[in-house]
Structure formats: C-alpha cells, structure tokens
Design a protein around this ligand. Sequence first.
Ligand code: ANZ
Ligand code: ZN
Length: 849
Amino acid sequence: ASRFNALKADAVWQKVWDDARTFAADDNSPKPRSYVLEMFPYPSGKIHMGHVRNYTMGDVLARFRRMQGMEVLHPMGWDAFGMPAENAAMEKGVHPGGWTRDNIGVMKAQLKRLGFALDWSRELATCEPDYYGHEQALFLELFRHGLVYRKESSVNWDPVDMTVLANEQVIDGRGWRSGALVERRKLSQWFLKITDFADELLEGLSGLEHWPDKVRLMQENWIGRSQGLTFSFALSDGGSVEVFTTRPDTMFGASFVAVAADHPIAQALAADAPAAADFIALCKRGGTTAAELDTQEKLGFDTGLTATHPFDRTQRLPVYIANFVLMDYGTGAVFGVPAHDQRDLDFARKYDLRVRRVVSGGDETDPAFVGNTAYTGPGTLVNSHFLDGMDVTDAKRTVIQRAEGEGWGTGSTVFRLRDWGVSRQRYWGTPIPIIHCDACGAVPVPRDQLPVILPEDVSFDIPGNPLDRHPTWKHVPCPTCGADARRETDTLDTFVDSSWYFIRFASQPKDKPFDRGVAEKWLPVAQYIGGVEHAILHLLYARFWTRALRHIGMLDVAEPFAGLFTQGMVTHETYSRQVTETGSDGVDTITKPLWLSLDDIEKRGDGYIERATGEAVTVGRIEKMSKSKKNTVDPTGIVDQYGADATRWFMLSDSPPERDLPWSEAGIEGSWRFIQRLWRLFDGERLEESAAKNAELDRKLHQTIAGIAVDIEALAFNKAVAKLYELVNAIERAAPSGSRDTAIAALMRLIAPMAPHLAEEAWAAAGNDGLIADAAWPAVDPALLVEDEVTIAVQINGKLRDTLVMAKGTSSEALEAAALASDKIMRILEGKAPRKVIVVPDRLVNLVA
Ligand code: ANZ
Ligand code: ZN
C-alpha cells in the first residue's frame, strides 16, 4: 500500500470544496436546519492552537450534521475592531485598517488550510461599513425606542497620554503605557438599557438547558437579583436617609447607619467639614469595584448625625460615611448589623460599636456571643421583640408587611447589573451615529446618511482620539436645524459588534441589518462553541441585544444560543533559564526565569539546553499556550508538516473537549501514524463481492456507527475517537471477508467529519461518485446493536459470589452447569450439591445451599 500524501490531498480537496461551494448554506432548503457557530476570531495576526481546537470541534459537528441530512449553516467572520489595532498603529506606525485587513488575509488562508467546512460566502468583518453601517441603524432603532440614553459617567484618564483607558489598561492604578497615576474623570457617555431586561435575562437562563451550569450561574450572579426592603430612617437634623436591605429580619441587631462617600449626605457634610472632605478623598483613592471594596480595610467617618430606629424610637444609631458602601447599588446607604454581616462586624470592632446577635443558629454554646465571624446562616430570631421565635424567612416577610402596612417602607428588588456603557474614546470602532447641535441637542444621523464612515486619513503621532482632531470629519450641519454641529467622536464598545453578528450571518441583505424571515429560519444558533472567558459579558450582551430586537418588534427570537459549549485550552510545557539581574534599587540582585521557546532549545540527554548559550534549561509547568511564556506551537508549521487531518485528529483525540489539551510532539506524531494506518486499510486489497460474513465485526461496526453519532452530538469527540480506534483494531485483526470490506467502506464515512481530506481521497479512490462530504451517514441496523453477551450473576443463598460472561439466550441448564463449574462456587460449596437452583435467563443463577 502507498503512503497518504496529506499535503497533496489537502490542497486538492480544499480546492474542490471551494469551487463547488460545497458548504454554502441554502436559505431555502427544505431540509431540517442546524446553525453551528464558533465564536468569531479577533484578527490579531495569526491563528493559534486555541482557534484550531475551537474550530475543529465546530467543524466536526457541522460536517456530521450535514451527513445526517441537515442543511447546516457554519459561517466565519472577523471581530475586527478593537484596541490592538490602535496599539499596533502607535507602536509600528501602521494604519489600524491596513493592519487588521492584512491579518484577516493571513488568518483566512490559515483557516482554509485546515479544511474547515465553512460557508465563506457569508464572511463578514465588523470593521467594514457594510457591517457597522447596519449596526448604526440598529443602534438608532434602539435609541428611537428609548433603550439608549446619555449620562455622565466616570472614566480612567491617563494625564500623560491624555487618553481614556479601558479597565484592563490600568495596571496597579497606573496607565499601562505611560506609567502615570490614573485619574477618574466624568464624561458624558452613551448607555444601553440592559437593566430593563434584567428580570428577563435572569429568568431566560432556566430555559437554557444545553448550556453549562457554571455559565448559567456566572450569568445569574452577574445579574445579581436581591429581594429586600427599602425604607428611610429619620435623622437628627430633621432629614432622612433611605437604605436598602436584604435582611429586614435583622432590624433589631442594627447598630449604625452608613452612607457611601458619593452620597449627598456625605457631600453636604464635606462642604463645611474639611475632615469629612479629607475622608471622602481617601475613600476615592482606593479601588471602587465591589471586589476591591470587600478586601480593603473597613474605614468610617462619624458624621455626628443619628438615625431613629423605626421599631424603637428611643434607639439612636450613629451615622457614618463608610468606604465599603457603594453609591451605585441599592440606595447608596445601609444599616449595619455586625453580628450577621462580616463587613459590619469588622467595622463595629474597629469603631467599638454594639454587636447584638438576633439570629440563633440553634447550636451555639452561648447564643449571645459573637466572635470575629458574623453568623449568616439560617435560624430563629432572638432579642427581637415581636419577631422572637420566627425563622429568618418569616421574619423578613413580617417586617416587610409591617413596613408597608405602616407606610414607611416597601418590599423591593435590586439588581447588581448596571446599564451597559458603550461609549469608547477610541478611533478603531463603529462611529456612534449621533450629531450634537447646540440648539437641538443630540440628533440621530438620518437613515439616508448611514453609514457614518470612519475616516481612514488619521494619524496616531500625538495622543488622544484621532477622530477628535480630524480637520473635517466631525464638522457637519445639524440634520434638524442646519446649524453648525459636531459628530459624536466616541465609537461603540466592540462588544456591540459581537452582539448581533450571528444574526447578520443568518441573513445579510444590502439594504438592512437582516431579513427577519430568513434570520428566524436559522436562529437560534443550535450549537455555539467558544472560550469560557466570554461566559459573562459577550453572552449576556448578545442575549440582551436579541431580546431588545424582539422587544422593538424586529426579530422574534428570545435566546440567541440554544446550545453552548465552552472548550478547554491547549497547553504546553514551559522552558526557562534562570537569569540574575540587578534590582531597581541598583544594589540587590534578583533571579527570574527567562522564558525560552521551542526554537531556542534543543534536546540533550534527558533534558534540554539553550541553543545560544549551551546552558541547561529548566522544564516548567504545563500551562496555557501564551506569547509571554513562549510556549506556543504555531499551527501553520504543524499543518505543513503533518497535514490538516492529523492536526485535526490530535485536537479531538486526547482530552475531553471541556478540559485542557496538553500539546505534545508524541501526540501529533501518533495522530499522523493513525492517519497513515487508516490509509493502508482504505488502500489495501479488498475481496470482490465476497459473501463471507463476520458477525462479530458486523456488530462492532454498527455499534460504532450508533455510538459515535451519540458522542459527536454530545461533543464528546475523544470518546468518538476512542471508538474509532477500537473499530480499526477490529478490522485489522479480522480475516478478509465481505464484512471486513463493508466495515472499511463505512469507516470512510465515519472518519469524514474528523479527517475529511483522507476520507475524500479514499472515497474517490474507491470509485464513489460525488463527495463524501455530501454522503449520508451510514445507516445502523438495530438488530446488530443488541449485545450478544450478557453478564450472569451467580449467587449462593442470595449473596453474589461470582459472575459469568455468557452468550445471550443460553439455556437454563447450560447456565446452571456453568455456575456449578466455577472454581469459586465449587470452593464455597465444598463439593456438596445445592438444595435448590433458581435460574433467571440472561440475568442470574441462585444456588440455595
Ligand atoms: C442589613 C443587613 C444585615 C445586611 C445583615 C446584610 C446582612 P446583596 O445580597 O449583595 O444584595 N448593602 C446594601 N446596599 C449597599 C451598598 N450600596 N453598598 C454596600 N453594601 C450595601 O447585599 C445586600 C446587603 O448589602 C444589604 O443588606 C446591605 O446590608 C448591604 F445581617 O442590610 B444588609
Ligand atoms: Zn440643530
């Protein structure tokens, strides 16, 4: 048999598929539809192994469903706006557009080289006007329906680079490029009303049964619905302060009230008390995220005010400004119950405030005692007057009812979710289609003036947003009154681009964002595959966008992704050499690893040495492939060496797809050898028209056909691959027969989703017409799925003593004889005959001794 020339076959079949438009999806096909989608890539330069793994998984499912007779939509495009392009512009002096489009060219060729079954006719790039122009139209539709608004909001401002920084560009409070201390600045920005959909987005999660539980939980926590009570305390100065609590049951344990540094009460106090102003400034220096607030030391400033307890007018609680209260959650003010909230307890210990336990867990030695751990569990109310003896749930309900009855509070729901700020002070993004007029305010760009095209003649030689200083672009007449007006120079968050691309893939008319009828034929996406890093924001925004379009009557789809799968990462060993450097003080020396790439090292004995220096190399942990650790393996080199099919095969074979896949040379070589083994089977001698049967092999084949269909649907590719190995072993062991020929012919189709080039080559060589990509998945003969062997339990007096593997349908007499002949049974019976024998055919033999 000859050798499979993968490189040649790859090129041949990729061209055939391209020319025949084999994988173009037909909107009007009468077949059942399936939309298979992987998260589209950011065109960063070259594809990496993570892409290869992600797209291989989707590809196997897409090809398999086609063979199952479905019309499959499997598109690809580019999430092409974003900061790296601007960084490249600043660092290398290239234009973001040129850089991006060059990268797309390279990466597209790389994807094609892997033979993915993609409908390239639907390719889109979010940086092109024929995509973002429609996005602008959608933005204005949302605006028209009141789902877009403008408000002041703070941003990270780099005073040296004079630019707004994204959160990930702020490192330890400093600008990533300039190293300057970052300031907070207020800017007027655009927001999308995602909070209007908070309830829907939360409730929708329960219907997403084909999503990983952990992703649903992350979304649930992000939305963060809390139910409780909102009410006001009367203050000693005649004013009042409104608080939100999820624990109205703990009311009698309250020992203070605290407001956020931005709260109007704090601000008013700061106006004439410098000490208060200093404290507020101190609070603002720290981080402001909930996570940062949780870990900081709890600090407070006593305002001198007191608050009257609503149930006990004689009780006066001190009012503090506190650094752990957030202004934009609830009402920006709380009452503190140290015994039952850890932050409150830390605070009370520091400022020596009363700690009174009001919920008893029932098992504490001293019910009144509170150590340094707050009790947050369930229990019974104590020290709480009319609430005493109730459990927490009843007490909550009782307090809310009483507050509502007496008119001083209301049961309320609060969400952690904030509205989505979409303004970015960046060049490389979708221009926000708004014109600012001094007389008319913010005016939408009229529909016939869309798209608002991003000017290409910009420079990056000075800091700031190039759109702001472009000589002409922003100066336009007001669409309403004709006066001189200015374009909005902010662009949209790139998460907007990825919030609807799957709709545009399904339908891309020229004159509108999508054709509703066509999009609804394809949507929702049957299977979405991508990285878990998108589990929260991207998926939440896409879900919101889809629901918003439904709300305004543009598309009747509730959830965009019916199935979701988050794949594991591709990992690799790391290599390094220790280097010693003088520390920043110029005196101390520090040792740190210098990371080395596979190209920097070579094998020497059991280990490696660095090529350049000959020094010994430390083999480090297996980690996610990353540029910083230099442990990446470039897919291009691998495909050129081993071919597309071996590369794909390795991506599917070794690890469950949700787990990390350690890259190894031995692994890819093993895959390559297996591809060659398959080829030898396909290319070998075959009996002509032989009638000879091999019942065992027939059964193995049909079990494999049925089994891997289930595995592929469950995305358990490694299991499917394991079954294929078994089948191949069985075929190789089998003597020539008609059954063997049939199994080999079927095997071509079974491997076609995973190793499509080899499959096409073998299919053609075997004289078949058409493409194997269009062939039907082999039919299963249900009769052959039935197991022919059964395990028989052998019991003595009802106790399991041995098991026997017997042919199915073995007679009762034969089972009894086999049981009595078992060594174990003979030993236990010590040569005596049983008093009675009970046989349940195909199940068990019970001997009564
Ligand atoms: C009294 C109380 C007693 C509370 C107790 C908790 C435990 P979740 O569940 O996360 O919604 N809180 C309310 N607004 C806040 C704000 N702006 N900044 C910081 N904390 C705030 O948390 C709700 C609880 O967090 C509320 O219930 C409030 O403290 C606090 F044993 O009220 B609680
Ligand atoms: Zn105007």
